[in-house]
Design a protein around this ligand. Sequence first.
Ligand code: ADP
Ligand code: MG
Length: 329
Amino acid sequence: LTVAEFDLIALIRDRCAIAREDVRLGIGDDAALLAVPAGQLLAVSTDTLVSGVHFPQSAKAYDIGWKALAVNLSDLAAMGATPAWAVLALTQPQADPRWVAEFAEGFAALAREFKFALVGGDTTQGPLSITVTVHGFVPDGAALLRSGARAGDAVFVTGTLGDAAAGLRCLDKNDCDADRLVSAPAGTRETLIERLHRPVPRVAQGLALRGRVSACIDISDGLLADLGHICSASGVGAELDADALPSSSALLAVFDADARRAFQLGGGDDYELCFTAKEGEASSLLGDLARSGCGATRIGRIVAKSGVRVSDAAGNCVPIVKAGWEHFE
Ligand code: ADP
Ligand code: MG
């Protein structure tokens, strides 16, 4: 451990270590000591963000800190788990205290919302990369799995879809759809880009779904790809109504129906929850989610025939542009 590493760890600890009764020993020793509540299972998940792959080289340190935690909390949300602790492996080319302080501020801003504690990690030199491992609690038997969807269930999604992919387009081309952008309300482009950089994990919504849904997944790779995972794990298929896909006002202001559908079905980085439930549960679920601060929309149904198909209100099949984002393509 060099002096520089020690300074970086102190910067991170000062911003991110939160007092929790179940953290018996946090950052500073060879390992953290943590108490899992009786009757609960530990839900564990990890995600790596690599510079130039998962975020542009130009991304702000604060946003990277936020997103590194958000994508991991989204996985806990999709399991119906309560977030508790994280460890952080940070690799950067040179010790850069300013960058690390901003990164930690972004991480901490989201962590504080959930009283979520950073309890350890590793700090090394190399190409910029961030790995966060998160831990949460879920009562034994209550986790939301991918494997329980049944023919006849309805398919739902929280929030709105496609904004992050649209935000990425705005960054790439620097114009979105230039003509429409001129007449869109001020800040529309920034709203879309913010959805890309600062996803909000649907933790409260995941908790509200416990015991009431047949399957759940978070949408990181695009609706078609991720609903496809529910379908394969459950041995079923799905039919989606293209006209039911929820759009934000920012997305509607700038992109036409074809572009919106491409972002909503195939774009990634939404970090909304996609879940399935019995038709009879729909109205109480939708009501409770609306009251939770993030509503949901019914977008289709589960069928016995495998695969995911999309049609519009007139019943016409909607061609599928790109089924999600995959590495090593
Ligand atoms: P060791 O050499 O025993 O693995 P380190 O010197 O790497 O320990 O780390 C010292 C302490 O700082 C440990 O408690 C470790 O978990 C914590 N730590 C190191 N890097 C980070 C980081 N990026 N974020 C949070 N905690 C960290
Ligand atoms: Mg040690």
